[in-house]
Design a protein around this ligand. Sequence first.
Ligand code: GLU
Length: 398
Amino acid sequence: MNVLSNRAKSLKPSPTLAINAKAKSMQAQGIHVISFGAGEPDFDTPENIKQAAKKAIDEGFTKYTPVGGIDELKDAIIKKFQRDSHLTYKRSEIIVSCGGKHSFYNLAQAIFDQGDEVIIPAPYWVSYPPMVALANASPVIVETTEKNEFKITPEELKKAITPKTKAFILNSPSNPTGSAYSKKELEKIAEVSISKNFFVISDEIYEKIVYDGFEFTSIASLSDEIKKRTIIVHGVAKTYAMTGWRIGYTAGADEIISAMNNIQSQSTSNPTSIAQKASVEALIGSQSEVEKMVSAFGQRRNYIVDRLNKIPEVSCYKPAGAFYVFPNFSSYYGKSFQGKKIENSTHLADFFLDVARVAVVPGVEFGADPFERLSYATSMEDIKEGLNRIEEALNKLG
Ligand code: GLU
């Protein structure tokens, strides 16, 4: 008898979370690791949000809620979409889940079947392909280039389309590259989706983390036709430093949201009641802390990109958003340290951890082996120290 299902056997843990856990366990052993690992803001959750959660506990708001979230939170989400993207949704078009990842997972379970193809531009966030595969569909990976700021062109997208194409995953600003699509670029993607009739899953979790006046556009806001084909996946984790609260949400057609509700009702039930109340405050309360955090991320981005580009043979695209840089380290592949050859992004990430005590995520996990991902959602002091260590370690390679 096989103990494990084939599904479980083929699955490996999320590499971003695995690296984060490894860095934390080394830190617990007293090793001073600088972590550029998981994308998690180093800031505390803003005080007004914490107060809303404390109030919920004190008022006894600690029981089951409706499976897809309380109306008060759905209304806050509806207001947020109206305020930020001029998008109008009804309550029946919104569902709250246990984090953005859970939103995506339930969506995949709701719309994908065996044989469906899902176009995913690489570099992609690590969990998209496994979540598509867990829904029995096939990820179709389309490589993008550094030269095109890691953005898929309409031509590249068209080439990947077959009669089996069910959806395209758009993540702007992107994890891991930080690149973001302009309104014009999105209009072209929308045209392709409408003419070829497939869904766009728009993961907008980094919407608010943009720099130098970049104007975020939701593809769903471009026309009624594209709105019908778009499902937005979003959450409070990154914008409000609420990673541990686990609140994500999805906006899309009633039929899809209702199917997700059924899946959720048979699996997790409602997201945490207290976190839902906190998220209402996050979405429609004061947004001043967001500005402060984004401004700090912006300063770190400038610093880290400059430093990385000063390292000989490293090139680093300056991201428009999110809190990651995705430098190309491939010139160092083929070099050795103490008789061990660095041949790929995994070897280099291991080398950085062992020799420099710096955690990064190998590019191969995002479908792009020449690169490493560094999250700069960490203090400036750590960024400086981490880069000093990386430079020193690279100098040891011969
Ligand atoms: N999304 C974050 C990251 O890419 C958190 C970890 C995860 O869920 O992958 O680092």
